[in-house]
Design a protein around this ligand. Structure first.
Ligand SMILES: C[S@@+](CC[C@H](N)C(=O)[O-])C[C@H]1O[C@@H](n2cnc3c(N)ncnc32)[C@H](O)[C@@H]1O
Length: 387
């Protein structure tokens, strides 16, 4: 595991080391984080503990065998900062601890009452803490539920024989069956455990975008962001001339994300971040007037600027990020090259960068471009009070 992580091969969506600007746009230092991994399975808590020795990590799970595997990793990698407990996540308050970051992925949708699980997590979240969540998404799993029902009718159980029959059903499923898109999109159906989890789990709820928002609100929490906003931004997926483009102006962010999920049908899971309402209101990022000049921009870890632009010739720079290809203007490319974590946009513009950058773009165009890149998750924004 250590090798896989240091080579960058193994990494987690929502890891605070990689995603901290999204969680704490006003906090730069992640040293000393108190982390809870709720429903940690076989690897996840050890991953966080190994990732950063200054974090203290508590992993809880009610499965003895999963915890045994984590205990092996703890010993092998000398993870003094990792504590493991066999505990139902609804009883997490009995630990008497508070956490700055909680991750709970692939768990809530298996609980009889996901809300009471999330409320239990909220109750141990520090005032400026963030919870990273993942649940099944309903749009892409439509056909999975048809198969689950068929297997229930057939009285399948989680036995090796029945799992083998599930495997052969999947292999011979008609090409136009509604489950095919899901089957092609995921990579865990080659394992027995993946087949069992997907088709034979007795407790499986899934959520659409509105369900994600109401789960969040019903638990007294506030939505911060999707882990990858581009999956919920329809504008990025349709041409600007499309009549839907302007219709999207008239609806809320929540409705627009819901429409995007329904029309694209790509999300087999939803990953999002939540916090206490007071904290989330404090870190709201708004592009009003020229306030964006006080922001710092941090590129997404996978954003690659392939060919630098030429500001004199005003040619845009070609970029990619996680399979998406796009361009950024010459002015913004120049600005991003001059920005480091420690300075903000106005300080770069004030240091003689202005002429170069504004030769090719206006301040308003620059603002719109940064806003759009941020809405797609290609860059993060840091707010001014951080320093
Ligand atoms: C699909 S695994 C996900 C593991 C890990 N979170 C990950 O993303 O790799 C779900 C885990 O949640 C655990 N789990 C489910 N319900 C739980 C509960 N009420 N309390 C504690 N753990 C639970 C299961 O034992 C299992 O290890």
């Amino acid at each position: 595991m250590a090798d896989a992580m240091s080579s960058g091969f193994y990494w987690e969506i929502g890891d605070p080391m990689l995603y901290w600007p999204l969680f704490w746009p006003q906090r730069r230092n992640t040293d000393g984080l108190r982390i809870l991994v709720a429903g940690c399975g076989t690897v996840q808590a050890a991953y966080y503990a190994l990732r950063n020795p200054t974090w203290t990590v508590v992993g809880i799970d009610f499965s003895e065998s999963s915890l045994k595997h984590q205990a092996v990793l703890k010993k092998r990698h000398h993870l003094e900062n990792l504590e493991l407990h066999k505990l139902d996540l609804e009883d997490v308050a009995t630990l008497g601890k508070e956490f700055d970051f909680i991750t709970c992925t692939g768990v809530l949708h298996h609980l009889p009452n996901p809300e009471s699980g999330l409320i239990a997590l909220r109750n141990v979240l520090s005032p400026e803490g963030v919870i990273n969540l993942m649940v099944y998404g309903s749009s892409l799993r439509v056909g999975v539920y048809m198969l689950q029902e068929a297997f229930r009718e057939l009285q399948f159980r989680q036995t090796p024989v029945d799992v083998e029959i599930v495997r052969s059903v999947i292999q011979t499923l008609p090409e136009d069956h509604a489950a095919q898109k899901y089957i092609q999109a995921v990579n865990d159906l080659s394992y027995d455990s993946g087949l069992v989890d997907t088709f034979l789990h007795p407790q499986d709820a899934s959520f659409d975008v509105k369900g994600v928002y109401s789960l969040t609100r019903n638990c007294g929490l506030e939505f911060i962001s999707w882990c990858d906003p581009i999956n919920y931004s329809l504008r990025h997926h349709i041409p600007q001339e499309h009549p839907l483009w302007t219709k999207l102006n008239d609806i809320s962010d929540e409705s627009a994300a819901h429409v995007c999920d329904l029309l694209l049908q790509r999300q087999g899971t939803h990953r999002w971040l939540v916090g206490h309402p007071d904290y989330v209101n404090k870190i709201k990022i708004e592009f009003s007037g020229n306030n964006f000049l006080s922001f710092t921009i941090i590129p997404h870890r996978n954003l690659v600027i392939h060919q630098q632009s030429d500001p004199i010739a005003n040619t845009p720079a070609e970029c990619t990020r996680d399979g998406y290809a796009f361009q950024i203007s010459a002015g913004l490319a120049r600005l991003m090259a001059l920005l480091s974590g420690d300075n903000n946009i106005s300080s770069v513009l004030g240091k003689g960068g202005l002429d170069d950058i504004l030769r090719s773009t206006s301040l308003d165009a620059l603002k719109e471009e940064i806003k759009s890149l941020w809405e797609m998750g290609h860059v993060y924004v840091l707010l001014p009070e951080i320093r």
